[in-house]
Design a protein around this ligand. Structure first.
Ligand code: SF4
Length: 397
């Protein structure tokens, strides 16, 4: 017989994911446009109490839900101390019904990892670790403004390799100004040495409000040439495919059955709750975004709040918005858009609705379509933003 813990009730439960945003970093990387803060460590205790309060007040509405994944992201979740992390996890455990086997992942900075952190992760049930490595090349790490070098990265990966955790992801970035194909190749090969089941490869983008964006506009740094990006992209595919990794999403590679369950739930538009400043939630077509300001978040949580007061945006998606999101998220995935699924969801025949556009994209070798599904080709993955904008235009007409 299953023993129910506090706040766990019998009966059917809807699957739900939880994302927790820990917005602290030791220093700010010049390319980063996440909601993050550095040099405000004095706010961490108040932030932790606020987070716990937000987690508690939301739980009443979701008492019939079953938590199937929890993801700690940021910022840098490994930056906060062990006691704060235990308090946050206890508040989830005491207020939500956790599935018997839920994916529980944490993003870590290589410089933060040590034995005591690993012991804690094991104690609270963390079973997936994602390492923000970015590169094994010291020149590239310096350019990216990271607070670790290649030696620290390798040490942290070795520590993980010898630990209880076998579900490990590494993040690597390509398309960094001045990065050579050989530097990228070396990083990929270094990753292979560890035989981890998952790799995320991100193309660096120059987002407004970042230092890199300013540097680019003032010609202090230069974007890599298009053919350099294509070469890195193709090399990634060649090396990873040859080593049994499948590109199940544009930026994500996994060995068989080792995909990130939490991320797949985002891409499949499943329900999730976000806690912490700037985090987003999606519940049955309703989207909510928390206020981004850390200080305002703490201030609001100190008062008696109801969950809606923390949101800076609440919207119910229109059918058009749902379709745009569905097309974009599914085209990012290897399986692509399954025509029957599209028809079931939108009462519309995919191949008829987009007939002319599909023909044009097909003729340009950007998509591959058969009677059952449509997905991006290799060339299409490189030009995904263009393809998404074509679909968005067509749906918004
Ligand atoms: S550590 Fe991560 S979240 Fe923090 S500034 Fe760097 S890229 Fe952004």
């Amino acid at each position: 017989m299953k023993i129910l813990k506090k706040n766990q009730i019998s009966g059917p439960h809807k699957d739900l994911s939880i994302y927790i945003h820990i917005p602290f970093c030791e220093k700010i990387c010049p390319y980063c446009d996440f909601n993050k803060y550095s040099k405000v460590d004095e706010l961490i205790p108040d932030f932790t109490q606020s987070l716990i309060k937000e987690i508690q007040i939301n739980s009443k509405e979701f008492k019939n839900s079953k938590i199937v994944t929890i993801s700690l992201g940021g910022g840098t979740p490994s930056y906060i101390n062990n006691q704060d992390l235990i308090s946050v996890f206890d508040s989830i455990k005491n207020n939500y019904y956790l599935d018997d086997e839920f994916e529980f992942s944490i993003e870590i900075n290589p410089a933060d990892l040590d034995d005591s952190k690993l012991e804690l992760y094991e104690e609270i049930g963390i079973n997936r670790v994602s390492v923000g490595g970015q590169s094994f090349d010291n020149k590239i790490l310096k350019k990216l403004g990271r607070n670790h070098d290649s030696e620290i990265l390798i040490k942290s990966l070795e520590l993980l390799s010898n630990s209880y955790i076998d579900n490990i992801n590494l993040d690597l970035i390509f398309g960094v100004p001045s990065q050579t194909l050989t530097q990228w190749e070396n990083s990929l090969k270094m990753f292979l040495n560890f035989s981890f089941p998952h790799l995320s490869t991100y193309l660096l983008t120059f987002e407004p409000k970042t230092k890199f964006y300013k540097d680019l506009n003032q010609r202090r740094i230069f974007e890599p040439k298009e053919n350099e990006i294509i070469n890195m992209f193709n090399l990634t595919k060649e090396i990873l495919n040859n080593n049994n990794y499948s590109q199940y999403e544009i930026s994500n590679w996994a060995k068989k059955d080792r995909e990130s369950i939490h991320n797949l739930r985002y891409w499949n538009s499943e329900n999730y709750l976000g806690f912490g400043p700037g985090s987003s939630s999606h519940i049955d077509g309703r989207r909510m975004k928390n206020i981004s300001s850390l200080k305002k978040y703490i201030q609001l949580c100190k008062n008696k709040i109801n969950p809606d007061e923390l949101y800076s945006e609440i919207s119910t998606m229109t059918e058009e918005e749902k379709m745009i999101e569905y097309v974009m998220l599914n085209l990012r995935l290897k399986k692509g858009i399954e025509h029957e699924d599209f028809q079931r969801k939108f009462d519309n025949v995919f191949t008829l609705k987009f007939r002319d556009m599909l023909e044009e994209l097909n003729n340009n070798f950007l998509i591959k379509s058969n009677s059952k599904s449509t997905s991006l080709t290799n060339k299409g993955k490189l030009l995904s933003d263009y393809i998404f904008s074509k679909f968005t235009e067509e749906i918004s007409l």
